[in-house]
Design a protein around this ligand. Structure first.
Ligand code: ATP
Length: 377
């Protein structure tokens, strides 16, 4: 039996398909009575991409996904799927399918009937229903549970049935709205692997909404970080993590230290940031875009900072302080170091069974200029 459900509709030629984004948002706006949930989004999502929309609660992620699905109408702007305007295309005619956090399965139907439902509505022949439902259940490894009812299934199994039900209609684009949000951590990790495998095998475009940054980083080809109805940055997981363009992105994705200051040029002509507390931080990049008056936030990831009992012989940035707090995390130790200036830095040290410095003795924190980023304040 084939393990690849074909996409529908089939593109005219591979080269034509690759040039047209699968999903394109142009200046998309959604205004509710008092709230503008989405404020002029522009996005081009490629065929076969695993694309995540990430952001805090209320930033407009779900509204964006619902507009792509056709459950909400944009107030203005354009939405194209496979190059076609969706302005007059109702939800059930779009080549997309949605998987929701709460599964949205019919409780009174078996797993098989839940998956078959959409095909029967479309009056697909009995033989085709049988083969397509069987294939979809096999894809999510649920063929042995076909006759069970949702209440007889675990959360992970129910979510697999929901995935099979969305896949059986052979969508060009799968929309996933916090698909693993209702699962406990261990199951969630397991299902993340399954989603990644499914995506790889099918070659279908996945657009996932999540507020879980780790999930987005580990699964996505690209991520859009949203805040308050706008996109702050679009990039690959490593671009978003290593080269955040705004302090919000740096702070939202992972953990970071942010130190505010003014960009100056030192006597050697190199850029550095002076904080009001008196730190001079050497940075590799010069003034970021959008910081006309030189005010910046310097972002330094906790794992990029070295902690030592003696000052290193050579370091772009080295400051003295005291460890004020430590948290044992198994593979790592999380420390809070208070510098002599009063600034506090989070430091993440790999657990190498070294003795942790006590709070009485001074310590040194150091990091390379290339490991910190100046962001427009
Ligand atoms: P969450 O992660 O909490 O689901 P989200 O980023 O998905 O949040 P949305 O659900 O898109 O956010 O909501 C964005 C904004 O639009 C919020 O301020 C919300 O209150 C508002 N909103 C969403 N749906 C409606 C609606 N049907 N009527 C009025 N306001 C709405």
């Amino acid at each position: 039996m084939s393990q690849t459900l074909p996409r529908s509709p089939v593109p005219a030629s591979p080269s034509a398909a690759s040039q047209v984004p699968d999903v394109e948002l142009q200046e998309l706006v959604k205004q509710f009575e008092t709230d503008t949930a989405v404020k002029g989004l522009n996005l081009a999502i490629k065929q076969g991409e695993f694309f995540s929309i990430l952001g805090p609660s209320g930033c407009g992620k779900t509204t964006t996904l619902r507009m792509i699905a056709g459950f909400e109408q944009p107030t203005s702007g354009q939405l194209l799927i496979q190059g076609q305007s969706m302005a007059r295309v109702p939800a059930h005619r779009r080549p997309v399918n949605t998987v929701f956090q709460n599964y949205a399965l019919f409780d009174h139907m078996s797993a098989w009937d839940n998956v078959a439902f959409g095909l029967r509505v479309k009056q697909v022949s009995k033989g085709d229903v049988r083969s397509q439902v069987g294939e979809a259940l096999k894809l999510v490894r649920m063929e042995d549970y076909a006759q069970k009812y949702p209440k007889q299934l675990s959360g992970g199994q129910r979510q697999r049935i929901a995935l099979a039900r969305a896949l059986v209609n052979r969508p060009a684009v799968m929309l996933l709205d916090e698909p693993l949000g209702a699962l406990d951590l261990k199951l969630r990790k397991q299902m993340q692997l399954e989603l990644a495998n499914l995506h790889r095998r099918l070659g279908v475009t996945f657009i996932m909404v999540t507020h879980d940054q780790e999930e987005a980083l580990s699964l996505s080809d690209r991520i859009a970080v949203m805040r308050d109805g706008v996109i702050e940055q679009v990039g690959t997981p490593s671009e978003i993590y290593e080269q955040p363009e705004t302090a919000f992105v740096a702070d939202f994705i992972g953990e970071t230290n942010l130190l505010s200051g003014q960009v100056r040029t030192n006597s050697k002509g190199l850029p550095q940031v002076a904080t009001p507390s008196g730190l001079q931080i050497h940075i590799a990049d010069s003034l970021p875009n959008g910081s006309a008056n030189g005010s910046v936030d310097v972002s330094i990831r906790p794992e990029k900072i070295d902690l030592s009992a003696r000052a290193p012989e050579q370091a772009d940035n080295c400051f003295q302080g005291h460890v004020r707090h430590t948290m044992y995390l198994g593979t790592h130790v999380h420390c809070v170091v208070e510098l002599t200036t009063g600034d506090r830095l989070m430091v993440l040290q790999p657990n190498q069974a070294k003795h942790l410095p006590d709070s009485e003795r001074p310590v040194y924190v150091s990091w390379a200029a290339t490991d910190c980023r100046a962001l427009a304040a």
